[in-house]
Design a protein around this ligand. Structure first.
Ligand SMILES: [Zn+2]
Length: 89
């Protein structure tokens, strides 16, 4: 049976310094809201040849201006400030 989906396709680059300056409660609320949406997501056409990876929410810390420094991409379930400390961003 055909199924309609509400699908979020979001790619919003915020300067990390602005993100770091935002109140911790606001940052955590955004993360928790995304995790809540992710918990409701299903894979479109799951188990079929045309299955889509529609249960994906990641942090992507862009470092394009740092020469050969690779971008860092981690699952949204991890917290960016903690990872930044671990990896010395
Ligand atoms: Zn990047």
């Amino acid at each position: 049976m055909a199924q309609e989906y509400v699908r979020f396709r979001i790619d919003l680059a915020i300067p990390k310094s602005d993100w770091d300056d935002a109140p911790a409660g606001q940052r955590n609320k955004i993360r928790l809201d995304i995790l809540d949406i992710k918990s409701r997501a299903l894979k479109i056409n799951q188990g079929k040849q045309n299955e889509e990876d529609t249960i994906m929410a990641k942090w992507h810390v862009c470092r394009h201006e740092f020469g050969d420094c690779p971008c860092i991409e981690i699952d949204i379930s991890e917290d960016v400030p903690n990872i930044a400390q671990k990896r010395k961003l």
